[in-house]
Ligand binder design. Structure first.
Ligand code: PLP
Length: 396
């Protein structure tokens, strides 16, 4: 007999299934931009390995050398005995790239955000967050217990109204945004946000998980826009092909993280191999500007071929509306040999289920054009393609 816990889980899953919101893990072997699933080889447009570095020989060699020298695990939190020597080198390299005094590496991007935000603000303070911020920024905001105000996506005027209304009655204020929005591929208006933050004595934190390595000659979205937000967070797990998260900021802020961020203090340090691989990735990013420029160029080839607004990042959303429409489109593409995952609520707002197409330096231009053509004929069937901005206009 199933107990109440099992029954609860079964009922919850059945309800999600009925709404086409059940999620399933599928075994997937990856070789570059190709994946093998259920015995079939598919060309993937759903990886965040934008530069094809996750299986690059130089990263593999660096990781193997680190394993031989330091072993496979860190053994403890960085504050205990887990701070092996490669950390310092990586942090220095990240700080250089982001033009800050210092940097701090965390176990993952998720752990970075849930550690950074509560170390800076708490009860009596206030957070202003873009409506489309990544899930782990919301998690960090909730953990902090600061008052939370949400501004409409990329709406600087709305943020200004909220700051004018709520900033003065709180001790400290933090503005949260993605640099490149993970499900929409558009960029935050960072220069305007930097100005607003200065005017209202608020701190600006930008999550550049999808900007590092692909925008601003590899330095990310803020560098592409010529500004330096107070707090530049990101991940080693996407364009860098490795694993881990980081924060770049001025030295006192970084020292505060090392002393106060709970996800750094109470979680084991990264395995040495991941740090070594991230350092090797930064070398490649510095030495191969063509690789760095390729993902955005491929995204623009795609948006050009479909007559969509020009891509601002390697991520292009194709909004289809209902969950079932996105799932159907994904399975049509799978039949045609492409892996393009359907993204559904709660990852994106209700009614904006979509295909999220991510471009990599490893994609052949001919495959990019072929994907656009198949989407035009088999999925849109003559309908005009819709980006997130178009969908927002229609639902407003
Ligand atoms: C992927 C992602 C993260 C989380 O990074 P991980 O290193 O995968 O934990 C954080 N923010 C954004 C915007 C992301 O896309």
């Amino acid at each position: 007999m199933a107990g109440s816990l099992d029954l609860y889980a079964e009922e919850k899953l059945a309800a999600l299934e009925a709404q086409a919101l059940r999620r399933r893990l599928r075994d997937t072997a990856r070789e570059g931009v190709w994946i093998v699933r259920g015995g079939r080889r598919l060309l993937s447009f759903s990886c965040n390995d934008y530069l094809g570095l996750s299986a690059h020989p130089q990263l593999k060699a660096a990781a193997k050398a680190a394993i031989d020298r330091y072993g496979v695990g860190a053994g403890a939190s960085r504050l205990v005995t887990g701070n092996h020597p490669l950390y310092g080198e990586l942090e220095q390299r990240l700080a250089q790239l982001k033009k800050t005094d210092d940097a701090c590496v965390f176990g993952s991007g998720y752990l970075a955000n849930t550690g950074i935000v509560p170390s800076l603000v708490g009860t009596g303070d206030v957070i202003f967050a873009d409506a489309l911020c990544h899930s782990c920024l919301w998690a960090g905001a909730q953990l902090s217990q600061a008052q939370l105000h949400v501004f409409r996506h990329n709406d600087v005027t709305h943020l200004e109204e909220l700051l004018a209304c709520h900033r003065a009655s709180h001790a400290r204020a933090l503005i949260l945004t993605d640099g490149v929005f993970s499900m929409d591929g558009d960029l935050a208006p960072l220069p305007a946000l930097v100005r607003l933050a200065a005017r209202f004595d608020a701190w600006l934190m930008s999550d550049d998980a999808h900007g590092l390595g692909v925008l601003g000659a590899g330095a990310g979205s803020a560098a592409a826009m010529g500004v330096i937000p107070d707090l530049q967070m990101g991940t080693l797990s996407k364009a860098l092909g490795s694993y881990g998260g980081y924060l770049c900021a001025n030295r006192p802020v970084i020292e505060l993280m090392r002393t106060r961020a709970r996800t750094l203090i109470y979680s084991t340090g990264l395995p040495p191999a991941q740090i070594a691989a991230a350092i090797a990735a930064l070398d490649i990013i510095r030495k191969e500007p063509e690789r760095v420029a390729a993902p955005l160029a491929k995204a623009r080839l795609f948006t050009g071929a479909l007559g969509l607004a020009e891509a601002q990042s390697p991520i292009v959303p194709l909004v289809l509306g209902e969950e079932t429409a996105a799932l159907r489109a994904s399975s049509i593409l799978e039949e045609m040999g492409f892996a393009v995952v359907a993204i559904r609520p709660p990852t994106v707002p209700a009614g904006t289920a979509r295909l999220r197409i991510a471009f990599s330096a490893l994609h052949a231009d001919t495959d990019v054009v072929r994907l656009a053509e198949i989407i035009r004929t088999r999925i849109l069937n003559g309908a005009a393609p819709m980006t997130t901005a178009d969908a927002a206009r229609l639902s407003a």
